[in-house]
Design a protein around this ligand. Sequence first.
Ligand code: GCO
Length: 264
Amino acid sequence: MGISLFDLTGKIALVTGSTHGLGMAMAKGLGRAGATIIVNGNSSQPKIDDAVLEFKKEGIQAFGYKFNVADESEVIAAIAKMESEVGTIDILINNAGIIKRIPLIEMEVSEFKEVIDIDLVSPFIVSKHVAKGMIARQEGKIINICSMMSELGRNSVGAYAAAKGGLKMLTKNMATEWGKHNVQVNGIGPGYFATEQTAPIRIDGHPFNDFIINRTPAAKWGNPDDLSGAAIFLSSKASDFVNGHILYVDGGILATIGKPSNEI
Ligand code: GCO
């Protein structure tokens, strides 16, 4: 039986912001498919160490590195350290991100810029420096974590939507420039998932919670593990001819205008 198209054995994957939430879930998916995982966070070393232990408990080879994805000098130093201590990075998932739910009219410029910095500039910084090695080796996979807000606006998340819309186009441009080097760059656009980030708008009875259930053909919030398949696909040989594609894992939100709350 030949190697499965989806087998990541022998590959090393760096997932930024993977100490919790969607990043951890996608990293676990890649680990279960055979990849060695590099966990990243910028909070505390104990949080990173705890996350690494969670992977190891599942028999996944994992290493942890604390660095700020928005600081180019930290990124350059961290990549050099990771590639000397763990090995060359075959797969990069740019997942680290923040959101600030503030109406645009009330938002400070500094707050807007912070969201753009983390959610859009940082994937550029990390990708640029990881891609140098991928281009030298003529092989690599980069996945940018986009959002429903790469396609749709929503009250109070204007900076986040601007960043995620930009990340969609940055993904297409990375694919344009690096495709000839056998580096496939794609995006995953998660719909609405049950995570810490969405906890404030997911409370039972919260108008937004009811809205999302109505607006989603699958009629539920996503489970972070639902992203594993898309992450494995876009990290594996199965997607070697997929470039610049944003794969939405959204329970169907983008497929529909939705329905009135009283309609079955
Ligand atoms: C919000 C949510 C969204 C989701 C996700 C959707 O406030 O609307 O946090 O931004 O987290 O990004 O794809």
